[in-house]
Design a protein around this ligand. Structure first.
Ligand code: UDX
Ligand code: UDX
Length: 458
């Protein structure tokens, strides 16, 4: 059995590494058109930071796990081809800002059709709009020289920062396929791959559209919980209730459950917003405006929360942050990843820069060029207001605090909980404030040091 995966990103890389680890008899090739990324996968410094990933890759690389740019050659030898290329939200034309941009999916389908020299099973790993399998099949049918293709949907549910844990012991593996003899056989082949380590009862098989839709719905439900608790955080701030206490109280109801109830500056990451917008677009397409509006509010609430957080900083700093330094602790969209896609820190930094603040960011894993590119855009002007001259990146949280009026904690990195805040306080302008966007700090303790503290929902 030979597997190839097109797209060596956050999803393709770790997923294939796990298959290689758990199914040593299967040869796994991960290919990408980005040669620099492939070179990184073959080096000591992997292109993505993910706890436990280094060990898995080192264990299998060069044995049954290979990273290469030879897309055509890998398609030829593979029995199963995973497609894990990115599917960003369209920024142009019809559906701009909502629909998924399927250009990479289409181009990969054409590449597969061109180089396939026998029957292949194509597995959609990328999150895609419902019915994309149909598109892929049509392209394959029209362009191949008579080979049979089966298309399966196998959405990924791993979360960044815990990808290896999630892959090792997934709550479920979902595989969608067609109820035809060919479809059933393909489905079974993929079930057999996962059955190397996942208990059979956790491998769910469905029809194609259910599987594709389930991915969008799972992310929409998770994000909805965060927007729901964040909406309540605003009410807590106004009334004196404490959002963590409310979350704890409602989460004890086994029908609600405790997970994904942490109020925050907002959710980020490459999936939540994109998938909800995808769902919204789908509902609009099928003339279900009420359903579309319902889900769209999950994203609107999230945007509001990010701006609200920045507004609270400005309001608490005597309604002006012009020329004040704000230290931003954390830029990744969550801890234990170097991924910054849709990180709430981007919006908060932009808002503060628009208020003429001087913003100094510290993140343990995100490099300076990435921070600048996310906030300022490729040409350096996205934030406007001459922001580029007021944005700096510090090498440590202590450096970031020098002359700062406030600290805004935007990622819940563990190291932020154990810093020497007395030392930090001494370096800051007085009065010194902390705005905890993740509710990870002991505010009572910080207050004894002299800090003014503000946490989400408190
Ligand atoms: C994944 C999923 O595929 C996406 O749909 C999901 O919603 C988020 O997670 P991810 O692995 O995070 O994407 O994307 P990324 O890290 O951008 O990796 C995609 C890779 O595909 C890139 O390295 C890119 O170079 C590669 N690619 C893209 C190709 O090799 N060929 C293409 O035609 C397009
Ligand atoms: C998510 C899904 O969890 C995963 O199943 C899917 O495959 C991809 O999308 P990911 O985006 O990597 O994973 O991270 P996740 O842990 O879901 O967090 C998303 C965002 O929500 C982060 O910014 C996180 O900080 C935020 N969050 C999460 C909260 O603000 N509060 C919470 O209670 C949970």
């Amino acid at each position: 059995m030979k597997i190839c995966c097109i797209g060596a990103g956050y999803v393709g890389g770790p997923t294939m590494a796990m298959i290689a680890l758990k199914a040593p008899s299967i040869e796994v090739r991960v290919v990408d058109m980005n040669a620099a990324r492939i070179a990184a996968w073959n080096s000591d410094t992997l292109p993505i930071y993910e706890p436990g990933l280094d060990e898995v890759v080192k264990e299998r690389r060069g044995k049954n796990l290979h990273f290469s740019t030879d897309v055509a050659g890998s398609i030829k030898v593979a029995d199963i081809i995973f497609v894990a290329v990115n599917t960003p939200t369209k920024t142009y034309g019809i559906g701009a800002g909502r629909a998924a941009d399927l250009r990479f999916i289409e181009s990969v389908a054409r590449t597969i059709a061109e180089h396939a020299n026998g029957p292949k099973i194509i597995v959609e790993k990328s999150t895609i709009p419902v019915k994309t399998a149909e598109t892929i099949k049509e392209i394959l049918r029209a362009n191949s020289s008579g080979h049979t293709f089966e298309v399966l949907s196998n959405p990924e549910f791993l979360a960044e920062g815990t990808a290896i844990k999630d892959l090792l012991a997934p709550d479920r593996v979902l595989i969608g396929g067609e109820h035809t003899p060919g479809g059933e056989a393909a489905l079974q082949a993929l079930v057999d791959v996962y059955a190397h380590w996942v208990p059979r009862e956790r491998i769910i098989t469905t029809n194609l559209w259910s599987s594709e839709l389930s991915k969008l719905v799972a992310n929409a439900f998770l994000a909805q919980r965060i927007s729901s608790i964040n909406s309540i955080s605003a009410l807590c701030e106004a009334t004196g209730a404490d959002v963590d206490e409310v979350a704890n109280a409602i989460g004890k109801d086994s029908r609600i459950g405790p997970k994904f109830l942490k109020a925050s500056v907002g959710f980020g990451g490459s999936c939540f917003q994109k998938d909800i917008l995808n769902l919204v677009y789908l509902c609009e397409h099928f003339r279900l405006p009420e359903v579309a509006a319902y889900w769209e509010w999950v994203v609107k609430m999230n945007d509001w929360q990010k701006h609200r957080f920045a507004e609270r900083i400005v309001a608490s700093l005597f309604n002006t942050v012009a020329d004040k330094r704000i230290a931003v602790y954390g830029f990744a969209f969550k801890k234990d990843t170097n991924d910054t896609r849709e990180s709430p820190a981007i919006a908060v930094c932009r808002d503060l820069l628009a208020e003429q603040a001087r913003v100094t960011v510290y993140d343990p894993k995100v490099p300076e060029r990435e921070i600048r590119a996310e906030i300022l855009g490729k040409d350096g002007t996205a934030a406007g207001h001459g922001a580029e001259t007021r944005l700096t990146v510090a090498a440590s949280p202590y450096d970031a605090a020098v002359d700062a009026h406030a600290i805004a904690v935007l990622t819940e990195w563990d190291e932020f909980k154990t810093l020497d805040y007395a030392k930090i306080f001494a370096r800051m302008c007085q009065p010194a404030s902390v705005f905890d966007g993740r509710n990870i700090l002991d505010c009572a303790k910080l207050q004894t040091l002299g800090f003014r503290t503000h946490a989400v929902g408190k």
